[in-house]
Design a protein. Sequence first.
Length: 679
Amino acid sequence: MNGANGHTTNGSASTSGATFERIQVINDEKQFTPDLSKQIERWGLRDAGFNYNVVAVFGSQSTGKSTLLNRLFGTTFDVMDETRRQQTTKGIWMCRGKDMNVMVMDVEGTDGRERGEDQDFERKSALFSLASSEVLIVNLWEHQVGLYQGANMGLLKTVFEVNLGLFGKKSPKGGANQRTLLLFVIRDHIGTTPLVNLQATITADLNKIWETLSKPPELQGCQLSDYFDLAFTGLPHKILVPDKFEAEVKQLRRRFVDKEKDDFVFKPAYHKGIPADGVAFYMEGIWEQVQSNKDLDLPTQQELLAQFRCDEISTAALAEFNEQAKSQRKPVEAGRVVEGLGQLMRNWRTEALARYDRDASRYHKGVYKRKRQDLLSVIDSTLSPLFLGQLKNLHKSCLVAFKKEVMDSLRGQDYNFADVVGKARAKWEGAFLEGAKEACVEGTEWSWAEEYGLLKEETQSVADQCRKDETKKMVNAIERNFKKQISEPVEMSLNQPTGDMWDKVLKTFKGTLDKAESTYLAKAKSFNCTEKENKTALATLRKRAWLVLRSKIDEQTADTVFLGKLRAHFDERFRYDEHGVPRVWKPHDDIDSIFKNAKEQTLELVSLYSRILPTDPSLEFRLPSEPSDSLNNTDDFDFPSTLIIFSDSKCLDLTNKFRRDSDAYYVEAKRSMVSSVAQ
Ligand code: GDP
Ligand code: MG
């Protein structure tokens, strides 16, 4: 495949899948591939954490580097075709080792000796390989040993120098990620010069190079061994003794695989401490530094990497979380109480954090922790509206349920108002609390106290309203009953116009009123009414009772009824004698004085009835007067005026009316006497 970016990804000749795919990490335009991260994932290494290694190769062109790598790691790098001797593609390639978590880098290129313009690329490639790998295989022919140019020692010197300048700033003793193993592989080792001798030569050369390096001032005293470990191995001639070659390669391969062996090359000290999922970004950063020779050190690079990766990991962790949170947003906004929302939210939160921790905890601790805090606050600010919505909905539904329960109970027959309200409050305020506690998420500063306070206020005001309605209903019922109770006795008393008529009426009134008041007080106890409410209710009750009495009196003193009473009274005294026998007028009867007496006695009733006035002053009844209240729609109530049944002019009017009636009786009596005389 040839991507638009000019990078190449090649599968192996066989279709054995992604594992053997190789990728051009840096192309001949010196560009870093944007696809490395994806490729690492395709190799199945993305989640390997620290459980992977990086190895690269260094050496002149056509020294059998690619051949060696393919043998050692089962990779698929291009090998120069013997018959055509054509140049392979320039750049740095990477492939995953077969059956091993190793990223292998092969560096292709021309020899700087021959093509001056490529020296820059070669130097950069070498620098990059050195800085990003744990083990650098330095590949050289046996006959190159000791030859400064031939063994690329000049290049090595430059690389050491720049490497020190760019990446060596931190104390090598402290910086665990700085150590690298240089594994010298001497090709076509015939054996006449023993390996130890070659090793000594190379070591001496390297130390010489190291001494002559121009080092940064603060690194003047540092040794080659502070940065590098050296290892050596020889390989027989591949063409002359192919069997031996293959056998030795196999031996060498073991050193890359067998962790138990002492000569296992991937020592923990060489590991860069970059999680596998961050390798691509990290290497790109190194390449940028190499390219620009920017004077940055690796620790800074690692912190930058951590910031970038932790952000990425956090975003990924949030994506799933956001989906989950979104699923409950609608129902909550629609006013529903979502069952178990707290548990859901706690799960989403824990899961998102776990996703983040799994990948991000391997990065720079400070950055990891800071970004985790950021992630948490994003999560919590997403969950908070759900929590608040849930509270609001709980509040609403509990209040509605409370109202319904109270109303239903009040519709019943026997109930104790205080009990009904108390139980319903406990139940629904409790339900709110339970739901609110469930919706809380540990580690947040969420609180349901305010909403709970509001709910309590509202249930209280509903209870108050109900109590007022109930009290009103009760007062009405007591009033109706009162009316029934006083009707007959008052009517009877008013039909007997004795001097103590009002005493009797008021006695009845007061007795009945006392009973009504105690009925009220007994019931009011279960209502938890306040002192003030009781006072108002009792005042209302008294006033209404009084008005009931007045209307009964009014009914009994209406013109026709009252004139009837007068007539009956008069009749008893004028038309009947003291034994209750109807009179038959005789000539000697003193009609005039009998008439006069009867009339005067009868007319006295007008003043008796005209005012509610008991003979016993202790029976007097009093109510406070009230001015009219336009707010409460009440007319003014002037108690003294309610004691007056007939005004003065009304008395006169009634007297006149009765006089006319009685005069008629008188005339009739006279006539009957004349006719009896005439017989
Ligand atoms: P590179 O350019 O360093 O990657 O070298 P290649 O692996 O492409 O090999 C270049 C040539 O050297 C090829 O023709 C190989 O067959 C040959 N070759 C590989 N390994 C050896 C070896 O160990 N000894 C000799 N003499 N030739 C080899
Ligand atoms: Mg090659």
